[in-house]
Design a protein around this ligand. Sequence first.
Ligand code: PMP
Length: 456
Amino acid sequence: MRDWLRGEPTLIVRGHGATLIDAHGREYLDANSSIWTNLHGHRHPQINAAIRRQLGKISHSSALGLANEPASLLAEKLVRAANPPRLPRQPALAKVFFSDDGSTAMEVALKLAYEFARRSGRSSRPRFLSLAGAYHGDTVGAVSLGHIALFHRAYGGLLFKSEKVMSPYCYRCPFNRAKPERADARDYRRCNWECVGKVEQKFARAAKTKTPITALVVEPLMQGAAGMIPQPRSWLRRVAEITRGHGAQIIADEVMTGFGRTSVDNASPDGLFACHHEGVQPDFLALAKGLTGGYLPMAATLTTQAVFDAFLGDYSEFKTFFHGHSFTGNQLGAAAALANMQILTTPASICARRALEKTLRQELESLWTLENVGDIRQVGLIAGIELVKNWRTRAPFELRERVGIRVCDAMARRGVLTRPIGNVIVLMPPYCTTTRQIKQMVDALREAVCEVLENK
Ligand code: PMP
């Protein structure tokens, strides 16, 4: 905060497409899609029109005891999108609970899973397992599921205990026996799935106690705030099988990965959710950020009919899910989300995403020649570039050296805005980003690394 107070803030006043414009009229590329929210660009005519149309009717009426049109239509659309035809015999995600943001979407999943486990007799003391480095939001329940010490340790006294298991951070895997050579760094998963074994061990040990694990909480395919850490192909499918084998549920946090962020699946081009790319259907699916195309704060937690039914009863049984926010099912948000979903499933959007993913991959290739680029991790339209002291040793920079921040500052001077996660630079372009703009983002990153780390 002291650093923020010292400088002049970049004050954004306008935007269009992948571009943001500040109060001085300077233009920047929105290289992290306004903290991973924006999908189709700023001021998209279709989303703007949908919000305007809704403004002409009503902006908000409470969803506590009342229904409204756009939220109902959106729920139907989400259920359809969340149940593609090719998935295994897992109960459908049939019900939608709206809330405000990623943290509340996760909070809702957590509370539903907790109470479902108790009411269904699965566990009297539900226990949750999440991944090392996990981040699921900033509310107290979501923080309890997280495992980023820097963010979370101050609030330890407020939290409930959740279990932690090794995540597949291949680049820094303790079991990784690949030689630290650059070619290997790109193909580093040469292992016996020790990290999957760790998950199995966790479940097996807990099964021997009075409190088996109730649910696995996971960001599918890519852990975001952990540092853009991808899971190798089939990790999720294997871990889901273990979880199911132990009778536990799966909570998928697709707050970052949802809505086409993690690539276009050839078999199912309109597949919008990361866990479906691995053939996994969770019991809870938390969505936010991109739900409204990044225009308005709105979130949704999808779950099964069985979970829904556990909260049905006579009034006097008080089985209600006692959770509801003032802006739940907000009409403007729902109208934006409906427009977003419509755009996402058009052939033009699917084609553009596929092309953009390829362009990003090609452009990022050029960064491998830099001494300080240790790893380039891309899943669909999410990329994390891990900066290190030297790629041969993979030695990390100390956090206090602020390397990620300095590199992002240097990128901003070149007209590209993003935020680092420690020493990892995030590139997550809006889906409307052009080839030229992708080049500009990657060029700015390359030049910034050279400027800050003085290796030309
Ligand atoms: N889950 C994940 C995977 C996230 O990336 C985030 C936000 N970065 C959240 C939850 C929390 O979302 P919000 O900031 O909207 O509360």
